[in-house]
Design a protein around this ligand. Structure first.
Ligand code: DAH
Length: 331
């Protein structure tokens, strides 16, 4: 074996120092190829005496195996190196993507709307919806606002020009859902109707031309102003916390009689106006085919965006619609 040790050492260091598959290939054929010292030695075997031949052959095989092993090991090593290089060059930096995959959440308005629905559902109401495009009947007339009525001008309505016979508009409040519900359901009725509403207002710190309201309607027997006040109070406490109080102030709406505005208390003792309410006007009940001698009810409505702006003390209500993720992410 010692005769070949030098060859083995040389082959091993040739394999070790090969830097790529090509170098390794040529080193390999130098030590294992047809013209290699090993192959020549093999040819020489025939010249040996019969009794020496087997031992010499066996020795040659062992030497060959050792050399082959050195080349195989180097080959595996070079292959791994090449793969690593390739992986490195093909690696994609995913950190940017991970950033944008950060989990999102519902918009602040949607959260508030869901929360409002939950509170009212907890008080026994169901949720009703109506179309965002309405006719004059639903948006005004059935609500006791005929076209000569001065209050009609207060709504700054966005009209949809569809021509005659009907006047069509983007609903300027959620109150038309009251009418649709009473038309389609027999009392008793306990509903809230959240949804989008529209007016010709220009967007500024306190106004949005497309905003959200929630409407409440209760029709039952023997309903009084006390039920209205109690309902508003329970809602305010459930939504804002038990320390917050509510109060009603006399006001005017064509669809309620008497009418009121309702306020909530602030920690400093001052009051904030939240929305309007009142006892459903007998004309509204009869417009919807409900006998006002038999049934009474109350209604209320307020802006969801304004409520959110109040609750989170937003300086500018437009924050809710510009969709700056840095703002939205905070809630
Ligand atoms: N619809 C009124 C508005 O948009 C709000 C309102 C006031 C709704 C009194 C009501 C109500 O149901 O009873 O200004």
């Amino acid at each position: 074996m010692s005769e070949y040790q030098k060859l083995i050492d040389e082959a091993q260091s040739a394999a070790e120092s090969s830097q790529n598959a090509e170098e390794l290939g040529s080193a390999r054929s130098k030590f294992l190829g047809k013209k290699s010292q090993l192959s020549e030695a093999k040819k020489e075997l025939g010249k040996l005496e019969e009794r020496d031949r087997a031992a010499a052959g066996k020795e040659l095989n062992e030497v060959r195996k050792l050399i082959e092993k050195a080349f195989e090991q180097r080959e595996v090593h070079l292959q791994e190196e090449a793969w690593n290089l390739q992986f490195e060059s093909e690696r994609i930096d995913l950190s940017e993507r991970l950033e944008s995959l950060r989990r999102g959440h519902l918009h602040l308005i949607t959260q508030a709307r869901d929360h409002l629905e939950d509170v009212f559902v907890g008080m026994g109401f169901t949720v009703a919806e109506g179309p965002e495009v309405e006719t004059a009947w639903y948006n005004f007339e059935a609500l006791n606002i005929p076209d000569w009525h001065p209050a009609r001008g207060n709504f700054d309505t966005i009209f949809v020009n569809l021509g005659s016979p009907e006047e069509v508009m983007l609903r300027s409040h959620t109150s038309p859902v009251q009418v649709r519900t009473m038309e389609n359901h027999q009392p008793p009725i306990y509903i809230v109707a959240p949804g989008r509403t529209f007016r010709t207002d220009n967007a500024d710190a306190t106004h949005l031309p497309a905003f959200n309201q929630i409407e409440g309607l209760v029709i039952d027997k023997g309903i009084t102003m006390g039920d209205l006040a109690g309902t508003i109070d329970s809602f305010v406490q459930a939504f804002f916390g038990t320390e917050v109080k509510s109060r009603l102030r006399p006001s005017y709406f064509p669809f309620t009689e008497p009418s009121a505005e309702f306020d909530i208390s602030r920690p400093d003792g001052s009051w904030l106006e939240l929305g309007g309410c009142g006892m459903v006007h007998p004309n509204v009940l009869s417009n919807c085919g409900i006998d006002s001698e038999e049934w009474q009810g109350f209604a209320f409505g307020f802006g969801i965006d304004r409520l959110v702006a109040m609750r989170y003390q937003l300086d500018d209500i437009r924050e809710l619609v510009v969709n700056d993720a840095r703002f939205l992410r905070q809630f």
